[in-house]
Design a protein around this ligand. Structure first.
Ligand code: PHE
Length: 353
C-alpha cells in the first residue's frame, strides 16, 4: 500500500472530524446526541470502520495514521461530552420552567369532613335564632309524663298519650321518650323567671314508621315569654327564620289549629320553596307547605310553672328539622337520612375555613 493510502485515510478522517464536530455541536437533545455518537464513533460507527484500513497500511504509516485517528476520536469524544453537559442543563432548565409551581396560588380546598344534612339544617336554624337573642337549652330524651304531657295541659285521656303514639320507658315511673321538644319549655320556665327566650333542638320519638314518618326525628322548639308579647312578634320571628334559612322571600302564614299548650294555636305554613307559591307536585298544587306548629302559651301552662298569668304573655313554636332539611336540600325520601349510605353524605362536605 502506497502513501496515497495514508493521504486518503487522513482526508477521510478530516471529513469525519469536521462533519462530526459540526453535527455534535448542533445536536438537539440527548437522544439525538446518542444517535450521533453511535453513528460517528460507536463500535460500528464511521470512525471504527475507517480504522479497519489500518491493517492494510505499512509499518511506517500505521502508527501515524493510528495516532491521528485516536486524536480525532478524542476530539469527537470531548465535543460529545461538552454537548451532553449543555443538553442536560438545558433539559433540567426546561423541566423547571414547565413544572414550575406557583406557591402563591390559593390551595385547593379539601373537605374536612362530611355533615349530616339534618345537623347542618339544625346548626343553621340555631345560628339564625341565636342572632335574634334566643338561648339554646337542652333537655333529656327520656322525660317524665308530667313534663311531656300534664304540665303542657294535655288532658289525662289525650290520644297522643296512648302506647300507639308514645314510647313508654316505664309505666310505673311515668317515663316516656319525649314526643316533642315542648317539655324543655317547662324545664326552662321552672329553672328561671321571665323574661325567657329559649330554643331547644333535639331528638323526639313517636311510634310511627312509614316513608314520611320515622320513629325518631328532630325538632326545634322556641319559647319567648315577656310582658308584652303578641302573635305579631311570633309571626315576625317565623318569617325571619324562613327567609334566612331559605335565603329567599318566601311568605309565612299561620293557619288556625289546636294544641293543648297554646291558645290561640296555629299551623305554620310557608310558600313552597320549589314553585315559589305557584303550585307544584311537592305542595300538592296548594303553593304552601306546612313546617310546624305555634301559638300563644296557654295560661294553664304558665300556671303549672307558677308564672303570674296576669303579668306575662308568651309565644311558642316547634318545627321538624328533617322537613326543613328535605325542603332546603331537595331530599325526597325521609328514610335516606337514616340509611347511612356513605355516598349520600359526600354531597354535604364541610370545608376547612
Ligand atoms: N309540640 C308541637 C308538636 O310537636 C309543636 C308546637 C310547639 C306547637 C310549640 C305549638 C307550640 O307538634
Amino acid at each position: 500500500m502506497g502513501s496515497g493510502n495514508l493521504d486518503n485515510f487522513e482526508k477521510n478522517l478530516a471529513l469525519i472530524e469536521k462533519r462530526g464536530l459540526e453535527l455534535i455541536s448542533h445536536a438537539e437533545d440527548l437522544q439525538h446526541l446518542e444517535t450521533l455518537r453511535v453513528e460517528l464513533f460507536g463500535k460500528k460507527g464511521e470512525l471504527t470502520s475507517l480504522m479497519k484500513q489500518l491493517g492494510q497500511m505499512s509499518h511506517e504509516e500505521r502508527p501515524v495514521a493510528g495516532q491521528k485517528a485516536n486524536a480525532i476520536r478524542e476530539a469527537l469524544t470531548k465535543s460529545y461530552d461538552a454537548r451532553a453537559v449543555r443538553l442536560k442543563q438545558a433539559s433540567i432548565t426546561k423541566q423547571l420552567e414547565t413544572e414550575r409551581v406557583d406557591v402563591s396560588l390559593p390551595a385547593r380546598e379539601v373537605p374536612q369532613s362530611f355533615e349530616h344534612p339534618v345537623f347542618r339544617a339544625q346548626a343553621e336554624i340555631i345560628s339564625i335564632l341565636r342572632a335574634c337573642g334566643f338561648v339554646v337549652e337542652m333537655g333529656p330524651e327520656i322525660e317524665s309524663e308530667w313534663n311531656n304531657f300534664d304540665s303542657l295541659n294535655f288532658p289525662p285521656n289525650h290520644p297522643s298519650r296512648t302506647m300507639q303514639d308514645t314510647f313508654y320507658v316505664s309505666r310505673e315511673e311515668k317515663l316516656v321518650l319525649r314526643t316533642h321538644t315542648s317539655p324543655v319549655q317547662i324545664r326552662s320556665m321552672l329553672r328561671s323567671k321571665p323574661p325567657v327566650r329559649m330554643i331547644c333542638p333535639g331528638r323526639v320519638y313517636r311510634a310511627d314508621y312509614d316513608h314520611t314518618h320515622s320513629p325518631m326525628f328532630h325538632q326545634v322548639e322556641g319559647l319567648l315569654v315577656d310582658e308584652d308579647v303578641h302573635m305579631g312578634d311570633l309571626k315576625g320571628i317565623l318569617q325571619y327564620l324562613v327567609s334566612e334559612f331559605f335565603g329567599s322571600e318566601l311568605k309565612v302564614r299561620l293557619r288556625p289549629s289546636f294544641f293543648p299548650f297554646t291558645e290561640p294555636s296555629a299551623e305554620v305554613d310557608m310558600q313552597c320553596c320549589f314553585c315559589k307559591g305557584a303550585g307544584c307536585r311537592v305542595c300538592k298544587s296548594t303553593g304552601w307547605i306546612e313546617i310546624g306548629g305555634c301559638g300563644m302559651v296557654d295560661p294553664e301552662v304558665f300556671k303549672s310553672v307558677n308564672y303570674d298569668i296576669d303579668k306575662i304573655r308568651g309565644f311558642a313554636f316547634g318545627m321538624g328539622i328533617e322537613r326543613m332539611a328535605m325542603l332546603k336540600y331537595s331530599i325526597e325520601d325521609l328514610r335516606s337520612f337514616y340509611e347511612s349510605d356513605y355516598r349520600y353524605f359526600l354531597q354535604f362536605p364541610r370545608w376547612l375555613v
